[in-house]
Design a protein around this ligand. Structure first.
Ligand SMILES: [Fe+2]
Length: 593
């Protein structure tokens, strides 16, 4: 049984689940090179079919992550807010036109070109599939959005039972849903109705602080530890009020997500938090305090929800987390520190892209409830052969260096890293989700704080307050971090042990924490060997790992990798079995077309 899963209106993606096993998944952005691409995932579909070695004729069903007929629940919320706050109606009307006008289908706005998904596409799945190899003759199934999120994590947890928190900007008509997962079934315990949305609260303030919404949320989270949450109580009183049943009530006269997308903020919010920050303005203590306050409010609300769920089901000790809010790695870490649950699992793609996997798993289980579900690895993109990599070099008028054995590649790369040189590392299939997990990574020596400025100069050109994250051999993770569980998808923040903060300063944030990626030997054998070889040279089994991209989606193909390397000034490119030295490949200052 082979199911194709699709997410089509934001962080679009495709996935294939074959007899319960996730065998391929990729986001559309990696292939179109448009960050967070929300267009119909045509290229992702071709890619997962290629990885699975099938055509549409071999697909038994297509599972889509949204139930289009439930749009009326959402429409009621929009109509209500439009009537209540007519002065800001234009932003909402524009978004509605984007989603529902046939003429606008496939077009984003000038500021947000990625918002080009169309609700109308949900009604034309079969027609869209005609553009792809094979003839699809199966059923198209529409899956509840939050159940798609939940199914992207609960079945792969291997846990018999767990609570599941699915929270995001909003699904068909809910923005937060709590499930109990037991014996292969989801039971809904709580649902908070959209447009009451914790995700929209966080995103709107991201825009208020001058960050680009839909991707600046990480930046606000990175800024938060530099501030004092002195506006927390004010926000909890006026903007996002807790309710007695573990829920929350968003004051939408203050927090207007759609107006924020337009860069407009209600006067009442300005009275509460001061003027919004212009995107190019310097950060002041005031901005840092707003970021700290919003992060604190987010965490409080999330802890309330989980505490409520634990009271309902005290025997459910573990927690699965999905939805875009699951990308708030600081909140994930707080949950563990507070001891509210014994362990958590956040999948590699908790945001909407992950729904492609979740919808396909949902449909697989609907067809065969006794199916064993598995996701053997997050490396679900296409892998490239040495011949394909050689061809990519030649397309750029370059010759690759001599092919190395795996051992030579690892030893020479570890030597370079131990000399504190920076390596662009491209191996195997790409990671599914927003985190580089050692197959599409820039790697560096975490022992020297100065490497952060070197990296920013060579590749990232990003705000210095943003932390870099560590990959760590699983065997030594507890030596470095206060973390009593694995973090294979780099989505938990943990404290760096006090005696190790000076050992790995480049990956220790200002508040003494790190966004940890634990690497098991079986999970990524080549990357584990590199960490091991670095440990043999330096005594530490930790590397600084940041995504292989320069202000673009993470590189997908060898051609993307070579182009990005040439645009950067990093010292080495390890692409498959080829190790290229910078001096043999001069940097270019303009994009390679
Ligand atoms: Fe979602």
């Amino acid at each position: 049984m082979r199911i194709l899963g699709l997410a089509t209106m934001g962080a679009s993606a495709a996935a294939i689940v074959e007899d319960g096993q996730v065998v391929a998944a990729i986001e559309e952005e990696r292939l179109t090179r448009l960050k967070n691409d929300g267009g119909f995932p045509h290229r992702a579909i071709d890619s997962v079919l290629h990885v699975a070695g099938v055509t549409l004729s071999d697909i038994d069903a297509v599972a889509v992550y949204w139930q289009p007929w439930r749009i009326w629940g959402r429409a009621a919320g929009v109509a209500h807010d439009t009537l209540m706050y007519p002065a800001r109606a234009s932003a909402r009307v524009r978004r509605i036109a984007q989603l529902f006008s046939p003429a606008r289908a496939g077009q984003g706005s000038p500021k947000y070109p990625e918002l080009r998904g169309s609700w109308l596409e949900l009604l034309k799945i079969r027609e869209r599939l005609r553009h792809h190899p094979g003839t699809f003759q199966g059923q198209v199934r529409s899956i509840d959005h939050h159940e798609s999120h939940a199914m992207s994590v609960c079945p792969i947890s291997g846990w018999d039972r767990a609570l599941c928190l699915s929270y995001d900007g909003g699904g068909e008509d809910h923005s937060t849903v709590v499930f109990a997962w037991e014996n292969g079934r989801l039971r809904r315990l709580k649902a908070i109705r959209w447009p009451n949305s914790l995700g929209h609260f966080y995103s709107a303030i991201t825009g208020f602080l001058g960050f680009r919404m839909l991707e600046g949320e990480y930046k606000m989270m990175g800024l938060a530890p530099y501030g004092t949450p002195r506006f927390k109580d004010r926000l909890l009183t006026h903007a996002l009020r807790r309710t007695r049943d573990g829920g929350y009530m968003l004051n939408r006269s203050l927090i207007d997500y759609h107006a924020a997308l337009d860069g407009r903020f209600p006067d009442s919010l300005v009275r509460l938090l001061g003027p919004p920050r212009a995107p190019t303005a310097e950060f002041t203590d005031h901005h840092r305090d707003v970021a700290a306050s919003v992060q604190a409010v987010f965490e409080e609300i999330m802890l309330d929800i989980v505490a409520w769920a634990r009271k309902q089901r005290p025997e459910f000790e573990r927690l699965c987390i999905a939805g875009g809010c699951g990308l708030n790695v600081t909140a994930n870490g707080r949950l563990i520190r507070e001891g509210l649950v014994s362990s958590i699992l956040v999948p590699p793609a908790p945001h909407d892209a992950g729904c492609a996997v979740g919808a396909a798993i949902h449909e697989s289980l609907a067809r065969n409830p006794s199916l064993s579900i598995g996701m053997p690895s997050p490396y679900l993109g296409r892998a490239y052969t040495p011949a394909e990599i050689t061809e990519a070099f030649r397309q750029r008028g370059l010759e690759p260096p001599a092919l190395l054995s795996e051992e030579e590649l690892v030893e020479r790369t570890a030597d370079a890293l131990a000399r504190s040189e920076v390596v662009a590392w491209f191996q195997g299939g790409s990671e599914f989700g927003p985190r580089a997990l050692g197959n599409r990574s820039f790697l560096a020596d975490p022992r020297h704080d100065g490497i952060r400025e070197v990296l920013n100069a060579k590749i990232k050109k990003r705000e210095l307050f943003r932390p870099f994250a560590p990959s760590c051999k699983e065997e030594v993770a507890e030596t470095f971090f206060e973390l009593n569980q694995s973090s294979p998808y780099m989505n938990i923040v943990a404290r760096v042990r006090a005696d190790k903060q000076a050992v790995i300063p480049a990956v220790t944030h200002v508040d003494g924490t790190a966004r940890v990626h634990t690497v098991g030997r079986a999970a990524n054998p080549l990357y584990w060997k590199l960490l091991d070889a670095f440990e043999k040279r330096t005594g530490i089994g930790v590397l600084l790992n940041t995504s292989f991209n320069i202000q673009e989606p993470i590189v997908e193909s060898p051609t993307n990798a070579i182009d990005c390397f040439l645009r950067s000034s990093v010292d080495w490119l390890a692409v498959g079995p080829f190790l290229c030295k910078r001096s043999d490949y001069p940097a270019v200052t303009r994009p390679v077309s």
